[in-house]
Design a protein around this ligand. Structure first.
Ligand code: NAP
Length: 331
């Protein structure tokens, strides 16, 4: 039985990756923050509680990471913990830069010192590329990094550090460069979740309007449970590399929202209000990724269309809201 550590196990990808690895027969250790009560809702929703080992660790405290790596015989380390919101990174740049970069550096350095045979996954992001010329799209692994948000900068630094450890110390360290991927477990501070959650609530008579910022942006959206499969595949190869994980297509946020409302038979124009306070200081206009490398080399299969994605997200949200009502959770 292989053992994997996951940082960020309470988040969207952490929960789905845990589910996936348990199915593969892995023993999974999840690291939780030391400084606050962990929010285990995602873990509980997927029925994973009791099937995994949860340890408290401060990821900015190097000795904490060293101690865990010395104590457990780890084969794979998935580093998913991050302040993951672009919007929040403009409000909390210091926290975002500090946590996202220093935690990555600490984990890589601990692996180098304790057990350089551990295979490492870094959660890199499409936000590292910033605005690229439209005629050069789709973005591939060779594109230069040119981030336009503190989040993008933090991810670019962590990405480069990971490559550095791969080249300097021959650590099997991969970077999965994921484009936006969504699910019912997406944090409430993400616009896609806000749209779906509010629309479903409106359909249930639990909300009466949705306020949105810039809906003229185009993104490459995929389905999160499929993206974690690519993360695992990257660590099963003979060579550590960087892989773009994306759906390969861009759609506007407006189209996303209109389709969600249509699916619920709601009048978009009646319930949606535009609100300039949600605009960001700098906004990525359009991006989408070239997923040919991950499909060809890793045989990653992705065939969730945009309409299918919307259907899945809306159906899952209805079930999720009902589950939360049943369990007296805030939703
Ligand atoms: P998420 O749902 O926001 O989860 C983030 C995780 O990081 C949570 O478990 C959170 O723990 C943890 N975390 C945040 N700050 C922390 C801190 N100071 N100390 C310890 N843990 C901390 O993010 P996700 O969507 O699963 O994404 C996983 C990773 O992929 C992230 O690194 C993200 O930046 C990256 N990524 C995501 C996407 C996407 O579209 N989802 C695309 C590209 C890259 P708490 O629950 O305790 O807050």
């Amino acid at each position: 039985m292989k053992t994997a550590i996951i940082t960020g196990i309470t988040g969207q990808d952490g929960a789905y990756l845990t589910k996936f690895l348990l199915k593969k027969g892995y023993s999974v250790i999840g690291l939780l923050r030391k400084d606050r009560e962990a929010n285990l809702r995602n873990i509980e929703y997927l029925g994973l509680r009791g099937k995994i080992k949860l340890l408290k660790a401060e990821l900015l405290n190097f000795p904490d990471i060293v101690k865990i790596l010395e104590q457990y015989n780890i084969e794979e380390f998935y580093n998913l913990a991050a302040q993951s919101s672009v919007g929040l990174s403009f409000q909390q740049p210091l926290e975002t830069i500090n946590f996202n970069i220093i935690s990555t550096a600490g984990i890589l350095e601990a692996i180098r010192i304790v057990n350089p045979k551990i295979k490492y996954y870094q959660a890199s992001s499409s936000e590292m590329y910033g605005n690229v010329k439209k005629e050069t799209l789709p973005i591939n692994e060779k594109f230069p990094l040119n981030p336009i948000s503190p989040y993008g900068v933090s991810k670019a630094a962590s990405h480069l550090l990971t490559i550095n450890y791969r080249r300097s110390y021959h650590i099997f360290a991969v970077c999965g460069i994921c484009f936006n991927h969504e699910s019912v477990l997406r944090g409430n501070n993400f616009v896609t979740k806000k749209i779906i959650n509010t629309a479903v609530k409106i359909s249930m008579g639990l909300a009466d309007e949705l306020r949105l910022g810039n809906i003229k942006v185009y993104r490459d959206w995929g389905y999160a449970p499929k993206y974690v499969e690519a993360m695992w595949l990257m660590l099963q190869q003979n060579k550590a590399e960087n892989f773009i994980v994306s759906s390969g297509k861009a759609h506007s946020l407006e189209e996303f929202a209109v389709k969600v409302f249509k699916r619920l038979n709601l009048d978009f124009n009646k319930f949606v209000k535009m609100d300039k306070t949600f605009f960001r200081p700098n906004e990525l206009e359009v991006n989408y990724g070239d997923n040919s490398k991950v499909k060809k080399k890793l045989k990653w299969e992705y065939n969730v269309s945009f309409d299918e994605l919307i259907k899945l997200l809306v159906e899952d949200e209805i079930k999720y809201i009902r589950w939360n009502i049943k369990n007296n959770n805030y939703f």
